[in-house]
Design a protein around this ligand. Structure first.
Ligand code: F0G
Length: 433
């Protein structure tokens, strides 16, 4: 299928190969797929399903398996681990009065977050175009993912991160995979501003979600879920919102799936932000008439973003899906993280915002009894061991969280014991009482 770049604000188009991050009008660019002459939905679905038994890397990938809707590239140009094909877990829907509840664990990707789905596309395209070096701003996961894909593609990688504000697991990955790691004084928004300024002038390929090829890969979270659920989607899809790349990608996926006839009914998107970093939720309150960037602060460092670059595309996603945007407190996020962790759906705080948000939306009767929902778990528990241990040892005050009595039940402190088997056995018997 033919593709071109198209501005989401003014509709101007540019050739796919043109190296530009924005339209001349400043608007965001989409990779627009020409749907004329697209195969029927049945033929597309059959092609995607037929790749399941294949052992080719591009078929094993839960991104490139859907390549007709992602990007047309020669197999040799594809930089893949492979990624995607993450598990979709059924959770107990009854406490929330739902008919079904699932969690798609994007933390099971090769570098432990959903970013790999977008990165395989952005880095493959960059290599195909002969990129000199790759760069991103990051709250941590994008830098870990870029460092990994850059290493596989043998391309130099530069990552800009807010000093002291990214989780240790993510920093460790960027360093280990050999990325040039630049820690800046400001926050993510400052880093994002800096990389966008530099990228074009210095011939560096920017792979933040401003890069529309990233979003083409992230659409496959929806496609994967659709096929895992037997070619259906639930009433609600719940996703955390930071820079709003996923929100934008999900909206685009649903627009295209509807246009192709893969779905008749569009599920509603619910975007959840942390209260201290909720510019999109605030804008939604005025039906997007007003947007104010904010100084972000939250325990969920992955979504500590006050000026999301994908605002316009995310707004389109909310409008198309009759979606909602809400925010939750840090204490609610940690409570939800504990509840997911205890079901071994281990995740980082930003991902747990989904369950916290769903709880809020059911309390407020936005999500109604008997409806079904899918939580997008965006990052792995091991990304942020410090927060997990602070929660388990009752030290959430060190994370800047106001005392919340409900978090007391999350404590599971390690105990010091002697190595004497009798003493240990006694303790075990005591615990089993
Ligand atoms: N969850 C996790 C674990 C993330 O790392 C991010 C974003 C989000 C949710 C929010 O996704 O930006 O598409 O709305 N992390 C970026 C990064 C910003 O640099 O790693 P979004």
């Amino acid at each position: 299928m033919n593709r071109q770049l198209m501005c989401v604000t003014c509709g101007s188009t540019y050739p796919l190969e043109e190296r530009r991050l924005r339209c001349d009008c400043g608007g965001l660019l989409d990779v627009q797929i020409d749907m004329d002459g697209a195969p029927s939905s049945e033929a597309l679905a059959a092609t995607f399903e037929s790749r399941l038994p294949s052992r080719l890397p591009q078929d094993l990938s839960g991104v490139w398996r859907y390549r007709e809707l992602v990007l047309d590239l020669p197999a040799d140009d594809i930089v893949t681990f492979p990624e995607g094909r993450t598990n979709l877990y059924a959770l107990d829907p009854t406490p929330l009065g739902l008919s079904a509840l699932w969690a798609k664990h994007e933390g099971e990707n090769p570098t432990g977050s959903f970013k790999d789905r977008g990165m395989t596309v952005a880095v493959s395209w960059a290599r195909h175009q002969g990129a000199r070096a790759l760069i991103c701003a990051s709250t941590g996961n994008t830098s870990a993912s870029l460092a990994a894909y850059g290493a596989r593609a043998h391309l130099p990688v530069f990552v800009l991160i807010p000093e002291g504000k990214i989780a240790q697991g993510k920093l460790a990955q960027a360093l280990a995979y050999g990325a040039h790691t630049l820690q800046i004084d400001g926050g993510f928004d400052d880093a994002m501003h800096a990389v966008e300024q530099m990228a074009t002038q210095h011939n560096l390929t920017l792979v933040n979600s401003l890069n529309p090829f990233r979003l083409e890969g992230q659409k496959t979270i929806i496609l994967d879920s659709f096929f895992q659920l037997g070619q259906m989607l639930p009433d609600w899809i719940i996703v955390p919102g930071g820079n709003l790349g996923n929100t934008s990608a999900f909206g685009k996926a649903l627009i295209e799936m509807k246009a192709l006839g893969l779905i008749d009914r569009v599920p509603r998107l619910a975007v959840i932000q942390a209260e201290g970093a909720s510019p999109f939720a605030r804008a939604a309150q005025s039906d997007f008439q007003h947007f104010e960037p904010m100084q972000p602060e939250t325990v969920a460092t992955a979504i500590r973003i006050g000026n999301p670059v994908n605002y316009t595309k995310a707004m389109r996603a909310i409008r198309f899906t009759d979606g909602v945007v809400t925010s939750v407190t840090d204490a609610e996020i940690l409570q939800a993280k504990h509840d997911l962790d205890r079901q071994a759906i281990g995740c980082e705080p930003a991902s747990a915002a989904t369950l916290a948000g769903l709880r809020r939306l059911t309390r407020e009767h936005v999500v109604r009894p008997g409806e079904s929902a899918l939580l997008i778990i965006t990052g792995n528990l091991l990304k942020d061991p410090d927060t997990t241990i602070a929660l388990a040892t009752g030290k959430t005050a060190t994370l800047g969280i106001q005392r919340a009595p409900s978090l007391d039940a999350c404590v599971n402190e390690p105990r010091h014991v002697s190595s004497d088997p009798e003493t240990i056995a006694l303790i075990i018997e005591e615990e089993l009482q």
